[in-house]
Design a protein around this ligand. Structure first.
Ligand code: AGP
Length: 618
């Protein structure tokens, strides 16, 4: 996910663009760049690193033009570097483009244009847009863009300028957000409202296939057929402080609600004609077919994703899998060798223990596959192969959308490995079909929680009252079985890391081996009891807890009537999906419960005490 902005007006474009990009850094921040039209020339400045690096360079050599475009990047193709930063110029450097999205057919476009003599400088997919527009340019930038988008497949929101057309910006979108801002004697284009809210509250939400053609005095929108489109002009009611979070109070809540789109983007990116493809994976499928066992290594939430993957991979590929925390793996002289595939999972790609574990595995001859969210991160670069999770930047320290992105990517990896191991096509096709339904089910689940007054917020409020009434003494126990057991750990981790309340996750079958001693009317016990082979066992666990006066929050499959009968105090329904896919939905109410409990206590949810987003030290 990246942020783009364009400005055409009478003021200094550089200042407006840099400020606008600072409002979009929540969308990506591994490099930034700007292109400004000035006295018949096109000036491009771009730097790896945060926006401040670019801003410092511009202080030394400011740009004066009144029209320009800017970009803050979250790399998907090509590591973060000056050359891979946007804007990308065309070969003749008379065109510059900034782009958010993934051009799926960029390889074929690139090859075609290289055969026509176009020279590419970067490793990105986005650069093809600059050369394609240039190849279509016959003196009118709108027509050149119109011709170019006909050849592009994938998701895009881009803006482009031409040296010979001062004051003009043309942009287009498909499956990536792009708005136009209508000012007085100035107009804007941007990925999101925060970028332009300092200047105008009048926005047009462009639709898929639209092309916007703007200058300081004029703004036209054309639809995908080329006809002039009448698009509603909206007035924004947010103030800027809310806007980076799109109106949510915290990044964590925004990122919880982004999860259906994250799942959708990953599935759409990874499925080509219903076949799973990992464009960037350099480990060959035939080599994957030879592996005898899999070691999954990670920390924290990523570790819980790995534990969940164990159930999926063993069930659908027959490959034995064991899972370790990175800090244990790296010091226990692990029995991995060239027949082992070591899968390291890391949102940040910089976690010290996981990086060390990766090195240990490679030293022992194991191939290493990274499941990572940050392109070009240390773990991604040092692995033999990488699968990027494309979750976009996760700002809140407590990981939510990155976890669901890991699960989604691991589901796809399971199917890919099953195919490599010769699984029946009918079986893998069935898995793909079920997986494709998940994003819509996640949307439907979240629909029940879009208002601030929702059931889970109510449970959190009641817990808060209960906690205070017991003089700040209470805790949580999370119980689950089988593929949802890792979610018991994840739910406990989410709660403790943002609400600082003691919480433990346990396999429900272990309750009698100790934890049941904890049960009186305290702790509150979250029981994950969705439709599964161990459902009846979960009912027994709930009854045992109730018999001792315990308070149960049960997470059940939609339509479940039996659990209500066992007097679970609170029941949260999730869509009834096949058990193997349920973890990606079960985790959502667990995230919301942690969020609303922490909100009741008034803690700093996005930046909890003692924690860092990426633990780059041991
Ligand atoms: C999860 O909410 C925590 N922020 C933490 O456990 C995190 O998952 C862990 O530090 C691993 O980080 P990584 O995925 O970036 O390697």
């Amino acid at each position: 996910m990246c942020g783009i902005i364009g400005y055409a007006g009478k003021k200094n474009a550089e200042k407006i663009i840099i400020k606008g990009l600072s409002r979009l850094e929540y969308r990506g921040y591994d490099s930034a760049g700007i292109a400004v039209l000035e006295k018949g020339d096109l000036h491009i400045r771009k730097k790896q690193g945060k926006l401040s690096v670019l801003a410092d360079e511009l202080k030394r050599a400011p740009l004066k033009g009144v029209t320009g475009i800017g970009h803050t990047r979250w790399a998907t193709h090509g590591i973060p570097s000056d050359i891979n930063a946007h804007p990308h110029p065309s070969g003749s450097e008379d065109i510059a483009v900034v782009h958010n999205g993934i051009i799926e057919n960029y390889r074929e476009i690139k090859k075609h244009l290289q055969n026509k003599g176009y020279l590419f400088r970067s490793d990105t997919d986005s650069e093809v847009i600059a050369h394609l527009v240039s190849d279509n340019y016959k003196g009118d930038l709108y027509l050149a863009v119109k011709g170019a988008v006909k050849k592009i497949r994938g998701s895009y929101a881009f803006a482009v300028v031409h040296r010979d057309e001062p004051g003009r910006i043309v942009g287009s979108r498909m499956d990536a957000p792009l708005i136009a801002g209508v000012g007085k004697g100035e107009n804007f284009v941007a990925s999101d409202i925060p970028a332009i809210l300092d200047h105008t509250k009048k926005v047009i939400y462009l639709e898929n296939g639209d092309i916007v053609d703007l200058s300081s005095q004029d703004l036209k929108v054309f639809d995908r057929t080329g006809r002039k489109a009448r698009r509603k002009k909206d007035t924004i009611t947010w103030d800027i402080s809310q806007a980076e979070k799109k109106g949510y109070k915290h990044f964590m809540l925004k990122e919880i609600f982004e999860q259906p789109d994250v799942m959708r983007d990953i599935i759409n990116t990874r499925l080509k004609k219903e076949k799973v493809v990992f464009q960037e994976l350099s480990i060959k499928k035939k080599d994957l077919a030879k592996i005898k066992n899999i070691a999954i290594v990670a920390c924290g939430t990523a570790y819980h994703a790995g534990l969940t993957a164990k159930y999926m991979i063993e069930k659908h590929t027959g490959i034995p899998v064991w899972v370790d925390t990175s800090s244990e793996f790296r010091y226990r002289d692990p029995l991995v060798d060239k027949k082992t595939l070591t899968v390291v999972i890391s949102q940040s790609g910089e976690t010290a223990d996981t990086l060390a574990a990766l090195r240990e595995a490679r030293k022992k001859g194991s191939s290493v596959l990274a499941v990572c969210n940050v392109v070009g991160s240390s773990i991604a670069r040092e692995s033999d192969g990488v699968v990027y999770t494309h979750a976009g930047p996760e700002i809140a320290v407590a990981s939510t959308k990155a976890y669901v992105a890991q699960l989604t990517s691991l589901y796809l990896l399971t199917i890919y490995l099953a195919e490599a191991k010769g699984a029946k096509k009918a079986d893998t096709d069935a898995l793909v079909k079920q997986l494709k339904k998940l994003p819509a089910e996640a949307d439907r689940l979240l629909d029940g929680y879009r208002s601030k007054k929702n059931p889970i917020a109510k449970y959190a409020e009641e817990f808060h009252k209960y906690y205070l009434a017991r003089h700040n003494k209470s805790c949580f126990l999370y119980l689950a079985r089988n593929i949802n057991f890792p979610n018991a750990l994840e739910g406990a981790l989410k709660l403790k890391e943002i609400s600082y309340i003691s919480a433990e996750g346990y396999p429900a079958g272990e309750m009698k081996h100790g934890p049941i001693a904890l049960i009186d009317e305290n702790p509150w016990v979250v029981c994950i009891a969705v439709r599964s082979a161990t459902y009846e066992k979960m009912i027994s666990n709930i009854q045992e807890i109730r018999a001792r006066g315990g308070i149960v929050i049960a997470i059940v499959s939609e339509g479940d009537r039996e659990i209500k009968g066992t007097k679970a105090k609170y029941v949260i329904e999730i869509p009834d999906v096949p058990e193997v896919f349920s973890p990606a939905l079960v985790v959502i109410p667990l995230q919301l419960l942690a969020y609303y409990v922490a909100a009741e206590f008034g803690y700093d949810i996005d930046q909890p005490r003692n924690l860092a987003k990426s633990v780059t030290v041991e």
